[in-house]
Design a protein around this ligand. Structure first.
Ligand code: ME8
Length: 518
């Protein structure tokens, strides 16, 4: 069986999850669910990043120990993902024992290969980025350009990783698609930025802290802890059992794709592959970064009070619609602006008006004209369902696989619009008086095409699609039938919803939302 390993970043536990974290996690979940439907053996990893100075400072401010803060916030992430129906295969915490063991194994390997050395270092450190900044990176006020806070001067004897040894190797593996270990960095514009920076040359990086207790001790010098970014990146292999003998690591590594926002692309496309190469481990196949959200044109921040949480989303739209809306409003890649109003507007157009209307009118007409059963019509050529299948087969899967969820949503909406237009053209309410044979055929095909729609939208809306499938009187286990369909693309001769099957009451699946307030 072909395998597919996809990851999200592991999120810092200094703060609760918000729509930015949800965005990457929903995106990974949709891609993972889609791949499973295509018959892949999928491992989908997420988790929390729990060491470092930032966590210590946050815990102090909240009057907790770092461990207490980690346990509490890690649970908030798990709760948020449950609320959004995120079906991860693994949730790694960097305080997990197996992770700590792997970090020690890898740092020891790098040390043994003489890729680590000790030196006195003084630099400007931004605790919020958890990284050193060069003078030239600071803004006009001498602050970190991302966090607008002054960095602190840090001076200590640290261990350094010979990152500079990997400059040429990284350039060729990112640049050359034929490279045996090609690392695809997406989107292209960001790949070019990374290559530009690489061409300026790399400096070695400090990979330990002498004065920070809250971290994993270096195996060859327990007076120092591992730098939080080196610790964090190793999660991608510790989570799948690099340091145990379960064979899961051999099965899933290298990862097909690490997803993240642009803020941490450098770590994933330069530092992580260099650590892997240094340790003699194959490099992941791709990294794909998306943009940063602003809310109503402003950066999301506690001070502004404009943070959108997963709970707010789900309270307003429900789980499935929240998943669909979060990823379909703006393209994956560039920065984008979102707001509750824009999400509500899209909800009304795509879900309440288009999909909701389709479901509710086919439901009502079947109740009215056929006692709530799939019409027992004569065999006929169901052209509508074939047309819907053709639309969905054309680019929808590729759009999901290339993380262009807004494009997949557009194709999906085209398919629904086609059925709704067909209903207008057929005017079943007129056929009821003139041609009951045609009426039966029309309703029969609306159900078959709706069942097809349900299969395709399942990765975005896993619970609602299954509900639509069942209420539409479709036969067989939803997932089994879907997998079979995606394998052979054959519409069963008697359709998905056999004649005579009783349909359920769909109710109002997508009630309209007022859009004039937040
Ligand atoms: O960087 N817009 O964790 P983090 C879009 N622990 N996405 C956003 C976002 C926004 N405004 N805000 C956050 C870390 N994200 C490290 C990662 S991985 C080995 C270690 C999402 O909690 C996006 O995926 O700061 C971004 O890359 C990630 O959260 C940063 O999460």
């Amino acid at each position: 069986m072909k395998k597919y390993y996809i990851t999200t970043p592991i999120y810092y536990v200094n703060d609760k999850p918000h729509i930015g974290h949800a965005y990457t996690t929903i995106a990974a979940d949709i891609a993972a669910r889609w791949k499973k439907l295509q018959g892949f053996d999928v491992f989908f990893l997420t988790g929390t990043d729990e060491h470092g100075a930032k966590i210590v400072q946050s815990a102090q401010a909240k009057g907790k120990t770092p461990k207490e803060l980690c346990d509490e916030t890690s649970q908030y992430f798990k709760d948020a993902w449950a609320l959004l129906n995120i079906d991860y295969s693994g949730f790694i915490r960097t305080t997990d024992q197996k992770h700590e063991k792997t970090v020690q194994l890898i740092t020891q390997k790098l040390f043994d290969k003489q890729l680590i050395y000790k030196k006195q270092y003084e630099g400007l450190y931004c605790v919020h980025c958890e990284k050193f900044l060069a003078e030239k990176d600071l803004d006009e006020n001498g602050c970190c350009p991302d966090h607008k806070k002054p960095p602190v001067i840090q001076s200590e004897e640290n261990y350094f990783f010979k990152l500079s040894d990997f400059t040429e190797k990284l350039i060729s593996m990112i640049e050359d698609p034929k490279h045996p270990q090609h690392l695809e960095v997406l989107p292209e514009a960001r790949r070019n930025e990374i290559l530009g920076k690489l061409r300026l040359g790399l400096e070695d990086i400090s990979i330990s802290r002498a004065n920070l207790q809250w971290g994993i001790p270096l195996p060859f010098d327990a007076t120092q802890t591992v730098y939080v970014w080196v610790d964090a990146l190793i999660n991608y292999i510790s989570a799948i059992g690099y340091s145990d003998d379960t064979n899961t690591f051999e099965k899933y590594w290298p990862a097909e794709i690490h997803l993240m926002a642009k803020d941490i692309l450098w770590f994933h496309s330069v530092i992580w592959p260099a650590i892997l190469m240094g340790a003699g481990i194959p490099v992941h196949k791709s990294v794909y970064s998306h943009g940063f959200f602003t809310i109503n044109g402003e950066k999301m921040s506690k001070t502004i009070g404009n943070i959108i949480t997963p709970k707010e989303l789900v309270d307003k739209f429900g789980t499935d619609a929240s998943r669909y809306l979060a990823v379909s409003l703006i393209p994956f890649g560039p920065d984008g602006d979102i707001s509750m109003q824009a999400l509500s507007h899209k909800y009304n157009i795509d879900l309440a008006n288009n999909l909701g209307n389709l479901i509710s009118r086919t439901n009502k007409m079947t109740e009215k004209y056929f006692e709530g059963k799939i019409p027992d019509c004569q065999n006929f050529d169901d052209i509508l369902t074939k047309k819907v299948a053709a639309i969905l087969e054309n680019g929808y899967g590729q759009a999901i696989e290339s993380m262009q969820f807004h494009k997949a949503a557009e194709i999906f909406q085209q398919a629904i619009t086609l059925i709704n237009q067909q209903i207008e053209n057929d005017a079943p309410w007129k056929l009821a008086k003139t041609d009951t044979v045609k009426l039966a055929q029309c309703l029969f095909s609306y159900f078959q095409s709706t069942a097809l729609i349900a299969m395709y939208i399942a990765p975005f809306m896993p619970a609602l699609s299954k509900k639509i499938w069942t209420l539409a009187g479709a036969d067989g286990d939803f997932e089994t039938v879907s997998k079979k369909y995606f394998a052979d693309k054959i519409i069963p001769e008697n359709g998905f919803c056999p004649r005579g099957n009783k349909i359920g009451n769909f109710g109002i699946m997508f009630p309209r939302i007022e859009t004039d307030k937040k």
